[in-house]
Design a binder for this molecule. Structure first.
Ligand SMILES: [Zn+2]
Length: 364
């Protein structure tokens, strides 16, 4: 058993405390890691508030260590690929026994028998140190990206969703006549950290990108959107005119059925909607025969996309490295650094929050 300080909850009941706990290291772990930074997201807050019934403690424990967004330093290695001082990002989802899990794609698990660090049956990364198997970490080769590496985990979800987009878009000629996506419109519902990352990747692929929400955004976010060259529309003001020219790719980070349906009916022929956000407490919405007709007659695809595989973590790190040069304002997405014992951040968003992170004692 290893004694550590950790941010813990009791899943699925909720609650949060910074506590001294004992955790059994995994069999055949060959690395000891210490976190530098861990990110906080809606999933962590959902677990803490007790609103994610699918979350559960690891077997034999009456607590769950939180944290699935992390960048760590290696403090001990029994693996020749890693040395003390290396920077790594541990992966969230761990394979079960199904065929997709066994080929390294637990993100596409076909029987649900996988685990997710800090969420479902596996301790997370918000602890002073932990033992890890090297097969479940991705090296951060370019150290100059610094704390930006904490965005690897949320960004890898976006990379995977665009892989889903690539596959679906092949069913018809989706690109423009000049073979690019320039001028195609991607609309992202939401203005949180994931929405910004979706916007940035869509922009880099050539889409004209609009982030949208039912309320205005802060001046800080307006400046961020400008620096990222992303448009914003407050759809509660003028929905009809704003989206009159149609949407080619819709990405939802809200999980709200009424909003998703409203925007789905702005999709162009062969349009694609990728659903990423979830909200079990969202108000129900009615889908009519006319709605189904709209979707069928236009060959519209609605696709869910969850998590990502190791390959997407690597690509996410490539994006972060590139953006750290081309869009240095990306660093402004991290809007607050907190100490591990300051657990109030799990029940109350930081001021002007886009991404709040915890800075551990080992950070430079
Ligand atoms: Zn599986």
């Amino acid at each position: 058993m290893t004694d550590v300080w950790a941010v813990v909850t009791n899943a699925p009941r909720g609650g949060v405390r910074y506590d001294h706990v004992s955790v059994e290291p995994p069999d055949d772990a060959d690395l000891i890691l210490k976190p530098l930074y861990t990110g906080i997201c809606g999933t962590d807050r959902g677990i803490v508030s007790g609103s994610l019934p699918f979350s559960y403690n690891p077997r034999g424990y009456n607590f769950l260590v939180l944290g699935h967004e992390s960048v760590c330093t290696v403090v001990e290695s029994k693996n020749e690929r890693f040395v003390k001082g290396d920077i790594v990002v541990p992966v969230v989802r761990r394979p079960g026994g199904c065929v997709n899990c066994r080929i390294g794609r637990p993100d596409n698990c076909s029987d649900g028998d996988k685990h997710e660090a800090g969420i479902t049956g596996l301790h997370g990364f918000m602890r002073t140190e932990f033992a890890e198997k090297s097969e479940f970490v991705v090296p951060v080769k370019n150290r100059t990206i610094g704390r930006l590496a904490v965005l690897t985990e949320p960004l890898k979800n976006v990379v995977k969703a665009f892989e889903v987009f690539e596959i679906i878009s092949k069913r018809s000629v989706y690109h423009k006549q000049d073979s690019t996506l320039t001028g195609k419109t991607c609309c992202v519902i939401g203005t949180g950290a994931e929405a910004f990352l979706y916007g940035l990747v869509a922009k880099s692929l050539g889409f004209n990108v609009i982030l949208t929400n039912r309320h205005p955004v802060t001046d800080y976010k307006t400046k961020m959107l400008e620096s990222f060259d992303l448009e914003f529309i407050n759809y509660s003001e003028d929905f009809d005119r704003s989206f009159s020219s149609g949407i080619d790719l819709l990405i939802d980070t809200s999980g709200d059925p009424g909003t998703i349906l409203k925007f789905t009916k702005r999709l162009n022929y062969n349009g694609i909607a990728i659903l990423f956000g979830t909200n079990g407490r969202a108000k129900p919405s009615t889908i009519t025969g006319i709605d189904i007709d709209y979707i069928v007659e236009r060959n519209i695809t609605l696709a869910g996309s969850v998590d990502a595989a190791k390959v997407h973590y690597y690509r996410a790190l490539d994006y972060l490295e590139e953006w750290s040069f081309t869009i240095p304002e990306i660093g402004n997405m991290i809007t607050g650094e907190y100490d591990p014992n300051n657990v109030k951040i799990f029940t109350q968003k930081g001021p002007g929050e886009i991404k709040s992170i915890i800075r551990w004692g080992n950070a430079p």
